[in-house]
Design a protein. Structure first.
Length: 370
């Protein structure tokens, strides 16, 4: 994997130069992994497994005693620095050794308290270093996947879909949402998942009108919508899929809503190609849903990028500024949610190719189980 991380480091060094920085501090967990291979996880927002410190000639991975051996094994391109008193207190000496004058830091990850501590410590040493907030430097690189990343996503999807098919064989009315969600998680682990992309959603009846419903002890009934949203992580990459089914006979309302959502997804996928904006793709699906009489019933964005994080660039939404490029992976997940009835969402993962879109999912969108 060294050649992959070496290539990525060349790219980020180019960005560092373009930003007129001499040093870049990386604290976002997914960005650390992307650039170095180090898989250490941050347990809380104010706790860190480590930081990358990148210059045009130097590569340092600073961490504590919990992770030094792991870092040495996983990030061979980096010099491992073990701090004993915390990063903020020992950062000045590291930066002084690197001749740092202008350091970029990931403004979305560092709290005001952490920023203040770093500036205070460096000023106390009289170093006169300028701290420059940055946004999206690594994320923009991560948005475009190479074929190895696409392949990892496909394998994650295979595991997730096989677990869902297995679950459908035993799903029946009377099971609770919690029971079904837990059974799904067990099956995904048993099928080879490293972990889940996010907590599994199983929402039935009126609960299916909640896009991010939390499974309850509610018993699933026949002939009502049951919405699933699930995914696995494999080799660092995430799958993310939604399906809505009925145990029994769907009513006319379900049939109309389901077909509207399915058609909206198909139209959006057909619109995906290089050079098209995320806003435009969202509008294709949204206008179809609104024209079918469901204006205001599709509240969230149409989709998002997936990769090392389950939500990353690009975005498909009314507010998106993203322009699609070959190699981007996005979800396409239109939905209709009605408070006094329930909801339907269908979600696939799609790769942007030179000539359009490639759907990665193999699982069909069948809603009825007899």
């Amino acid at each position: 994997m060294n050649h992959i991380h070496g290539k990525r480091l060349e790219q980020i060094r180019q960005v560092i130069s373009e930003k007129e920085l001499d040093t870049f501090l990386v604290l976002i967990e997914e960005n650390r992994r992307y650039l170095s291979g180090f898989t250490g996880e941050d347990t809380h927002f104010d706790e860190s497994a480590g930081a990358l410190i990148i210059t045009d000639t130097g590569l340092i991975l600073a961490t504590d005693s919990r992770f030094t051996l792991q870092a040495d094994r996983e990030a061979p391109l980096f010099e491992i620095f073990r701090y004993e008193k915390g990063l903020a207190k020992e950062l000045p000496d590291i930066l002084n050794s690197l001749n740092t004058k202008r350091i970029g830091f990931e403004s979305k990850r560092i709290s005001f308290s952490q920023y203040s501590d770093m500036v205070e410590e460096t000023n106390a040493k009289g170093l006169g270093i300028e701290f420059v907030p940055t946004d999206g430097m690594v994320e923009d690189l991560r948005a475009i996947k190479d074929e190895s990343e696409i392949d990892k996503t496909k394998k994650a999807l295979m595991i997730a879909e096989s677990a869902f098919k297995d679950m459908m064989n035993s799903l029946k009315p009377g099971m609770t949402e919690k029971e079904v969600a837990w059974a799904m998680e067990i099956k995904m682990r048993a099928a080879g998942a490293d972990k889940l992309s996010f907590p599994t959603i199983c929402a039935s009846g009126l609960n299916s009108a909640l896009p991010h419903a939390i499974p309850e002890n509610r018993k699933i009934k026949a002939d009502e919508p049951v919405l699933f949203d699930w995914g696995v992580r494999l080799s660092g990459y995430c799958s993310d899929t939604s399906r809505t089914i009925v145990l029994g006979k769907p009513d006319d309302t379900f049939l109309k809503i389901f077909q509207t959502v399915r058609d909206a997804q198909e139209k959006a996928i057909e619109a995906i190609r290089p050079g098209v904006s995320g806003k435009t793709v969202d509008e294709v699906a949204r206008s179809h849903i609104e024209n079918a009489g469901y204006k205001g019933k599709f509240g969230h964005g149409l989709g998002h990028g997936t990769g090392i994080a389950v939500h990353e660039e690009p975005r498909l939404s009314p507010l998106s500024t993203s322009v699609l490029k070959p190699g981007m992976i996005v979800t396409v997940e239109p939905g209709i949610y009605i408070a006094d009835w329930g909801g339907v969402r269908i979600e696939n993962q799609v790769v942007v190719r030179e000539d359009g879109a490639e759907v990665l999912n193999q699982l069909d969108t069948t809603f009825q189980i007899n």
